[in-house]
Design a protein around this ligand. Sequence first.
Ligand code: FHN
Length: 768
Amino acid sequence: MKHILAISLILTLRAAATPAPAPAASPYHHVRASLHLPGATMTVAYLGGSITFNPGWRDKVTAYLRERWPRTTLRFIAAGIPSLGSVPHAFRLQRDLLDSGKVDLLFVETAVNDRVNGTDSLLQVRALEGIIRHARRANPSMDIVMMAFADEDKTRDYGAYHTPAEIANQELIATHYQLPSVNIAREVADRIHSGEIDWKRDFKDVHPAEFGQELYFKSIKSLLEDCWATPRHTNIAAAALDPHNFSEGQYLPVNFAEPDSSWHIDPDWTPTDKADTRPGFVHIPMLVATTPGAALSLSFRGSAIGIAVVSGPDAGIIRYDIDGGPEKTLDLHTQWSSWLHLPWYEMLGSGFGDKPHVLRLHLDRGAVRIAHFLLNGPPATTNDAKLAAFMDLRFGMFIHWGPVTLRGTEIGWSRGREVPTAEYDTLYKEFDPVLFNADAWVSAAKAAGMRYLTIVAKHHDGFCLWPTAYSDYNIMHSPYKHDIVGELAAACRKYGLHFCIYSTILDWHDPDYGPHMPVFVQRMKNELHELITRYHPYMLWFDGYWESPWTTAYGREIYDYIKSLDPDVIVNNRLGKKMTSLTEKGAVGDFLTPEQEIGRLNMTEPWESCITIAQQWAWKPNDKVKTTKECIQTLIRTAAGNGNLLLNVSPMPDGRMEEREVTRLKEVGAWLGRNGESIYGTKGGPYVPNDVYASTRKGNKIYIHLFKATPSLTLPALPITPKRVYWLHGPDVPHDGYTINTGASGADNPVLVLEFDTGTETLPIIHD
Ligand code: FHN
């Protein structure tokens, strides 16, 4: 309480200093620094609980905004989830709202559920301030409206001339950040106490009937109109009220924990009892334990940690400590758990230093089902928006190259086999690729239509293609002495490709790999520090995870280290020990990496297939190169499966790329030049690829890629009907619904377009 009083004193003093804004149209709202006038586009987001989730005031505000700003292209995000208040909002803000793109106007409501859930006042303030600072970090000019909805507790408080704590906290934050706010709880209380309206008759309950919804709408509209009458032109930056606020709130996937064998991760949890569930908290990965004594530990870096569980009829009791501190006990059962697997958020600790910590948690009795860990700290995972942007690229170049090309044998694997180890390890003394030209390599990738490039900077043979301070076994000790990685990074920047780096885990040349893993892992961190801070890779591609010296814990440690250096860098899944899914125990990383095969259609987990354009990864004289058709159809099948293709090329020992491979790339590029819209930025499906065709989709179009010429094509019908069918950049094609007279298109790998009146990207996958 002392904490809040001190802050309110500061604010009274500050309020005295700030020039008084024009008198508000209503005693129940504050304009403060007001709102910007909408521009050509505006994204409006509603963050709240069930009153925001349910239809009613929100739809009325949406309709009013469309009418009020007809020349503004409006996008709406309805992010209400029943039962959730300030703390859950602070930790789901990134994934449920900010990951879907720039937000311009955010409505926030927490007061009702914070009372129902009995959320501690200090946590409310840390969460509310965290939401504001996090939102403004994502978009410094975001407009934010704080709303306080009505419930009987608040009506009672106001009846007793007592400001509800939840509203005091909200006004505290709104005043500090000069945010417009509307206190509907106070308005309803006053109008009930004046006898003008009746809770039971007019509102029915906390989920208001039409009368209440209309009242909410009118109050919000009145505030908006008042704001737009005196619009905001400047951004208000303010120092944090509480340094421990949750402005770095995020969900931490459950497979970040180290559970004992009594736990399992159910990748698609559904209850076995009759209790109800909530959208977003069923059919998701769940870390589950039902055995008393089940224990887990979680290493994390941050200033607060918590759990989001589903609290159902068998919700149990847990004990936990942080960093071996005092052990606390927590009963996860709630007053609603007997009939509902309620999403329930518990902060286990906050306000501690933003550094590495360990949470230990035990189940005493009953069950515990963890949907997310709640972390306030530097990004521990790559956010969905970044991953979605990576997956929109669809096509990249992989380059395996090094001194081994002097022998034309396979990189890494031929060491001590086709090439005696001693000979292999001294090849670099002859390695002088004078015809290496980074611009030429990157231009070849660009000509192929590739959007990113991944150079193997260090393979299993341990040779480094950049001037590292941590091993003399690098390019600067060869006759060539060029920073290959640096020159490629610069060329990618020049030609607008994303630059990515492959670095092996296992290193058969490094004597510490195996016997002295802590030394080896520290060297790995040192090298990664060089690679990340010098060349700023867009994505890191690890490999060589399968040998026993490497553990999931090391993988997690390196992943967290990378995120501490650059939270935005994307990392493949080969830091972990498990490759089949991203949510299973032992998995570490952001995307799956099927190799030398096209991944299966997967709409939920990002994936990228890495495939050689020839046979070997590194150069081999006269190696068999895939045909243009093979390359194009491999790309199509990968995109149709909702994945990326990383196509590998193998430059020669003199530094040039083989003409055959460059030609192949050009031909693929020519096809993409004509048909790129059916690949870049598309989603896979809705049809599962087959021998005759595969499909991709974007917006209101589905692209059918034909692998074989066929006079007519009958596709499984979808719940929507195509309004037009035509060859991409070509004539319309006669069709009757889903029976299409394709006739002879004549083009290689022709693309049919099915155009609809509605979006196609959320259509379910059609399994034959
Ligand atoms: O051993 C490596 C191989 O040499 C190559 O680098 C591929 C590329 O993904 N990965 C490993 C095999 O899985």
